[in-house]
Design a protein around this ligand. Sequence first.
Ligand code: TEU
Length: 531
Amino acid sequence: TTATRWWRDAVIYQVYVRSFADGDGDGVGDLPGIRAKLPYLADLGVDALWLTPFYASPMADFGYDVADYRRVDPLFGTLDDAKALIDDAHAHGLRLIVDIVPNHTSDRHAWFQQALTGDPAARARYIFRDGRGEQGELPPNDWESVFGGPAWTRLPDGQWYLHLFAKEQPDLDWENPEVAAEFDDILRFWLDLGVDGFRIDVAHGMVKAAGLPDVGYADQIKMLGTNVLPYFDQDGVHEIHRAWRRLLDSYGGERAAVAEAWAPTAEGLARYVRPDELHQAFNFAYLAAAWEAPVLRAVIDESLAASDAVGAPSTWVLSNHDVRRHVTRYGDGEVGLRRARAAALLMLALPGSAYVYQGEELGLPEVLDLPAEYLTDPQRGRGEEAGRDGCRVPLPWDGEVPPFGFSTETSWLPIPSRWRGLTVAAQSADITSTLSLYREALRLRRDLPALGDGRLTWEDGPEGTLVFVRDGGDGTRFHCAINLGGHASAIPLDGEIVIASAPVQRIGRRLHLPTDTAVWWISADGTPDAR
Ligand code: TEU
């Protein structure tokens, strides 16, 4: 067999289409814009791209509300642009996966429009119910929307429909065979166009508990990470993933899917990547882990053990379009950036596959001071959170003033003028930049046989540090050390440093590792340990 199982160790770059690069001067990123930047991505050294939804959409949730799964929204280009982008990505040696949103459609989708007319067959593709209370004036149950408020909206004729997200995102009824058949067809449509796979949105959501039982308590969304809710992570979703795996495999075994799934435990998450299910699942526990050595190590061990048990690769994610950028989560400013650089070296040294969210290779922080009139993310409805706009600010490419080459026009979200030093052009010219660090780390990851798929062995290190070794299988040993503690630490080192996230000192056989710093080094097999 010629199967590469490329997803086992791929570095996959997330393109948030709206904010990557604008090819037609309307201030919004698009497919031709991405195509023009393929040389940048190939040179960066990632293996694959994941494109967030670019389908026809009224954009109530910036494309996660799909009105037509087989059309490109005019804002982003045409189907021909999509085809050209897929082919061109392949010509650059990059695989490309697209986002599929199966839990809900847009309320402008032809199916929902038909449902609005009252047609019972059309309503049967969604989750319509009569309300409670004497006049049916109360929602059918107590489920809450992820974006805040009840998960039900009432139509003028009195019936309610379920939406786990915005009211413009009605949930499909996956018990209805028409729904599954339609999605099979949609997957085939994109596979036939040449995509290498899919990112499955809300992959834990499609099946709801029979009878739609009450949860019994409020603040349900906060329980997402720890409790099973009757609308998430139900056993039935795994049957859907099994069917999709068969469909993907029928394309030759090289098309892969990653689940955006939320499960209460690492073992629960690993069920999505059993051999007959999807190929990967995002590891959000890693993203959410605090900057503390024991916490990070526990999360790494748990996810490696859980994915090993089912024979799947682990994935490592630091940021995406739904969360505050990790530079800011880690403390913002110099501290945040310093930690983010160290975190990148740690992530890229771990066994498995890694996701890079556009702009993290530039060390971009969250934009916390967007003017109020720009804040339109539906998640703001949840109240206690600021919304996700601040991690979706367009990329700064070059030049001295906003929009820094992102567009010839004003960008849809303003780019802060203080990002002048963070542009791709500025960082390309500086070997100490975060962009240069990512380029070099990704080059090493490709060249060093110890990296990617495989295993790690922990070594003893001073408190606050994590140290591990990986076998190159070619007589070399790869080492990674990171210091998450509050002070510098000395670590025995025998071998040659190949990259460091910040300047480090070596004194004889000791590495002087400053706080918030990571280092990679290589030694020869059989080299006696310095200890
Ligand atoms: O996100 C699913 C999801 O659960 C997120 O809403 C997440 O809980 C939250 O944003 C964390 O702060 C996916 C997409 O990634 C997101 O952009 C969409 O809004 C959502 O699905 C609905 O399609």
